[in-house]
Write a protein that binds this ligand. Structure first.
Ligand SMILES: [Zn+2]
Length: 533
């Protein structure tokens, strides 16, 4: 007997065996049971979630010799022929290779004739979004007045590309990506049936690598069984997937927690000598940091059977939440920038150094970015001792105008924002915004996108009233949502507070300015520009 690959052998043949798509199954079951049939169905979802599998099951449900049913028998000739792909009235078209109008004409010619064997002639058009415009137009004719004996099942990964005229005539179902947990469990079930064993960690790796596709998961499992030649071990799957041995990553993070750059680079060297992929390493590092963050905030969410559970919990105690967020971000960016690095090793080790540079040093000083490509004027190195953003964000001409307005305002908006008699969200608005312009009569404030919810009219009105009170005359207020440099009371307060506590990272993390610099300008931190407070 020839070996049948798992993906085919375990392809679901009934609605009930379809994993992870309960919402779609329920709707289709109801429709079939109540005989409320539509003439066109559209299944959407990413690759490998089971669109064509579902189409075949539906074709059986429509054509089973026991009658239209949500539970096709699976043994009649219609069912078996559909399962084996040789049912004459099931016409499967791959639109990716048959994009043209001729293919549609053929389909239309064929559609005229009554089904040979079944109740319905079922056309399954996979990747239907690939059809040409003319092909869609031609299809539309059949769609508008479909013969009674015709059912269309369309499948696509990209429903956006389907003309509305077609969409509106379909009953649409969105198939979900399968969760890792669902894949993991299903793999376990299949192995049990196959009387093969695997280490749970090995199955987790596969479930992870499958990225939501059960089909991919089963193919990988097949490979793993062949690769391992017996019990599917974690080590074998790691080797097969080219996954990084977690041990490297744990050692890296241990060294990072100790702020031991030498040890970190030693690990990187070791990884290079074994020709491991630094791209995967950064990806896995981000995944690990995610798990550590999870362990911190929701320990229960961490799988009990996770092999590295103890090490993850240990690391969760060594980093604080903001550090983890930051390292995660650095890992992601490091991966993104890897193709631009002189070489992978350089890109990887720079990411490691970046993680280290973003930590508070022993003296409790704040590490701040000092080398942004494009920094606001004067916003050079911030000395945490004074903790004041160095440069006023408003323009010199604005300053002189403001001076002219009276001695009451010296241009220090963060200071004024703290003094104004407003509370609640309006206070947040004052403290999170920065001065763009003030000529004594009208004031323009910049507010970051992330804080734009503060700019609602009601809060603007309150702030305007407070300004009126302060200046003793009406002030026209304009809030501009956009990029800000960070010269705000909120940022100042945060920097001061955290400099005191020696928690530099927290300040940087919460600071929209720094984040923006990192996101937009690839800012890095120069560790030795940091002065102790
Ligand atoms: Zn049947």
């Amino acid at each position: 007997m020839s070996y049948q690959v798992l993906a085919r052998k375990w392809r679901p043949r009934t609605f009930s065996s379809l994993v992870g798509q309960e919402h779609v199954v329920r709707a289709l079951t109801h429709a079939l049971e109540q005989n409320r049939l539509h003439h066109a169905y559209l299944f959407t979802g990413t690759r490998g979630v089971g669109k064509t599998t579902l189409a075949r099951i539906l074709a059986k449900a429509l054509n089973c010799e026991t009658g239209i049913t949500a539970t096709p028998c699976g043994i009649c000739s219609a069912c078996t022929e559909i399962d084996s792909g040789r049912f004459v009235d099931l016409i499967e078209i791959d639109a990716a290779t048959n994009t043209g109008i001729d293919n549609m004409r053929e389909l239309q010619d064929n559609a005229v004739y009554a089904p040979t064997r079944g109740r319905f002639k079922v056309f399954v058009i996979d990747e239907v979004h690939m059809l040409s415009k003319q092909a869609f137009n031609s299809m539309l004719k059949t769609f508008e007045e479909p013969p009674e004996h015709i059912k269309f099942i369309l499948a696509t990964t990209d429903p956006q590309k389907i003309p509305v005229t077609v969409l509106s005539r379909c009953l649409q179902f969105n198939l979900k990506q399968m969760s890792r947990e669902a894949i993991y469990e299903h793999l376990g079930y299949i192995l049990q049936q196959e009387k093969t064993t695997a280490e749970p960690a090995a199955l987790r790796l596969i479930a992870h690598a499958a990225q939501g596709s059960m089909r991919d998961a089963l193919s990988l499992l097949d490979q793993a069984i062949a690769y391992a030649g017996g019990k599917v071990s974690e080590e074998a799957v790691r080797a097969m997937l080219g996954a990084i041995d977690q041990d490297y990553l744990f050692r890296l993070l241990d060294a990072l927690a100790q702020q031991d750059i030498k040890a970190m680079l030693a690990v990187a060297d070791e990884m290079e000598s074994r020709s491991l992929s630094f791209d995967s390493a950064l990806q896995d590092l981000a995944a690990l940091l995610h798990q550590i963050a999870l362990a911190q905030s929701a320990p229960d969410a961490l799988g009990q059977d996770l092999p590295e559970r103890e090490r993850i919990l240990a690391l969760a105690r060594q980093f604080d939440a903001e550090e983890l967020q930051l390292h995660y971000q650095i890992a992601l960016h490091g991966r993104r920038d890897l193709p631009l690095a002189p070489d992978e090793y350089a890109g990887f080790s720079m990411s490691l150094m970046r993680m280290l540079a973003f930590r508070p040093d022993q003296a409790g000083a704040v590490a701040v970015p000092a080398s942004a490509k494009k920094k606001p004027e004067g916003a050079a190195v911030q000395d945490p001792g004074t903790a004041a953003p160095a440069a006023p964000a408003f323009r010199p001409e604005a300053r002189s105008a403001a001076d002219a307005a009276g001695a009451a305002f010296d241009g220090d908006w963060p200071k004024l924002a703290n003094q104004l008699k407003v509370s609640g969200v309006a206070r947040q608005l004052a403290q999170q915004s920065e001065l763009r312009n003030f000529d004594g009569e009208s004031m323009e404030l910049g507010l970051a996108h992330s804080a734009k919810h503060l700019a609602e009219r009601i809060y603007q009105d309150k702030l305007r009233a407070a300004l009126h009170g302060y200046f003793g005359k009406p002030v026209a207020l304009k809030i501009v949502i956009g990029e800000i440099s960070g010269n705000t009371a909120a940022v100042q307060a945060q920097t001061e507070r955290q400099a005191r506590q020696g928690k530099a990272l927290e300040a940087i993390q919460g600071d929209a300015f720094v984040r923006e610099l990192m996101d937009n300008f690839d800012a890095t931190i120069v560790g030795d520009s940091v002065k102790p407070s």
